[in-house]
Design a binder for this molecule. Structure first.
Ligand code: ACO
Length: 361
């Protein structure tokens, strides 16, 4: 069902596949960096070299967190889901640095993109190690900043690039559930932070962004590919959903999956993995053979993140960190030609009837 117009991306259009502002996802994942892609999505064109450098520096300068936000993050329980941490952090920053005439939408977009990794990892390290880490690092890229704050040391080039590519793949996907939620909130003329906060809520569920975590939990259950095949056959017999497979728009394959699959293989080899990647491939084979279902981006992202040393509950938050670029582009586009989004429903309730007073029920 067509729900509106967009000039930001195409998903599954014949002959186009996935494109951001007309550029194919294959080219972007091979030749661009995440910062270039975020600029492309938000500002509508590829940056020149000086613009990109300036944009990198601007994002890097906005990684620090206000002390009131650090206090909020310290109060969020250690066992909270990291998606709840980002949803809370986004909302709290909206109270501390609200959108205003002086702090416009581009500035809020930069700030959220730059500070989501800081929020997540400040909370994580505080509760795990008791340390109040400095989030204003010198790392050149968001990928390196994230991995640095997670492990305490700057990543090597391969792990940084793998993360960078994954951020590119997750950056934008037209009118998916969370982006449409962002647009609905925007269409009421609400502020930027409210739009992004509602997007995080929509992304959290396992039928959407939460599928990468659910996929990891599935893969980890099995010790061998044969065990995985037997387990999958039981799941399919019981009509259970296998997370990380299928898609509402793509019908034959997800163009992002092969790209992240290659990275999962490379990272698995570097980690001397002999178990999780072969199990993932067997699950892919069984799903195709039995149901003609293909892996979506979430399936091999799970293994790729795992081999990068990322804890499973952080998989969906990484999706937020990246998708903030696409969501921001949609807030700006919606505002550019706004009309309240207000669908109607087919009524399935009782016909009109007389009210029954309390004493007669
Ligand atoms: N595992 C098992 N069966 C499946 C799966 C799956 N992952 N996906 C679809 N099917 C089955 C459906 O149950 C249905 O079976 P039926 O005809 O016997 O009832 C049939 O395949 C057709 O499904 P569709 O109606 O085409 O799927 P729909 O468009 O409603 O759902 C969705 C798409 C939600 C992505 C679904 O495939 C799913 O639940 N996948 C698992 C969750 C997931 O991976 N989500 C991530 C989406 S991508 C992203 O956020 C990056």
């Amino acid at each position: 069902m067509v729900a509106g117009d967009t000039a930001i991306s195409t998903v599954g259009k014949e002959g186009l596949g996935l494109t951001y502002r007309g550029y194919s996802i294959d080219d972007l994942a091979e030749k661009a960096t995440f910062e270039e892609v975020a600029y492309l999505l938000i500002y509508g064109r590829l940056p020149k070299a000086t613009e990109l450098e300036e944009y990198r520096q601007r994002l890097a300068s906005r990684r620090g967190l206000p002390s009131a936000l650090k206090t909020v993050l310290e109060q969020v329980p250690a066992d909270a889901h990291p998606m709840d941490v980002l949803r809370t952090g986004c909302s709290a920053l909206g109270c501390l640095e609200p959108e205003s005439r002086e702090r416009g939408q581009d500035q809020v977009a930069d700030r959220l993109l730059a500070s989501f990794p800081s929020m997540l990892l400040y909370w994580y390290q505080f509760h795990k190690t008791g340390r109040r880490i400095e989030t204003q690092t010198e790392d050149r890229s968001m990928a390196a900043h994230f991995l640095h704050l997670l492990s305490g040391r700057p990543p090597d080039a391969m792990h940084e690039r793998a993360m960078d590519v994954s951020l590119i793949l997750y950056a934008e996907h037209e009118f998916n559930a969370s982006t449409f939620t962002v647009r609905i909130t925007t269409s009421t003329l609400a502020d930027f932070y409210s739009a992004i906060t509602s997007g995080i809520g929509a992304l959290r569920g396992p039928l959407h962004g939460g599928a990468n975590e659910a996929a990891m939990e599935l893969i980890e259950k099995f010790k061998t590919p044969d065990e995985a095949e037997a387990g999958l056959m039981t799941m399919l017999r019981n009509k259970e959903l296998v997370m990380g497979f299928g898609h509402r728009v793509y019908k034959i394959s997800d163009p992002r999956s092969d790209i992240i699959k290659r990275w999962a293989k490379k990272l698995g080899d570097a980690a001397d993995d002999t178990r999780l990647y072969p199990i993932s491939e067997r699950i892919e084979q069984v799903m195709w053979r039995e149901k003609k279902l293909f892996p979506n981006l979430d399936f091999y992202s799970a293994a790729a993140y795992h081999f990068s040393g990322i804890p499973t509950p952080m998989f969906t938050p990484i999706f937020v960190i990246s998708r903030t670029s696409g969501w921001s582009a949609h807030v700006i586009e919606q505002r550019g030609n706004n009309r309240l989004i207000r669908p109607t429903a087919d009524y399935t309730g009782p016909p009109p009837r007389p009210f029954v007073p309390l004493a007669q029920r």
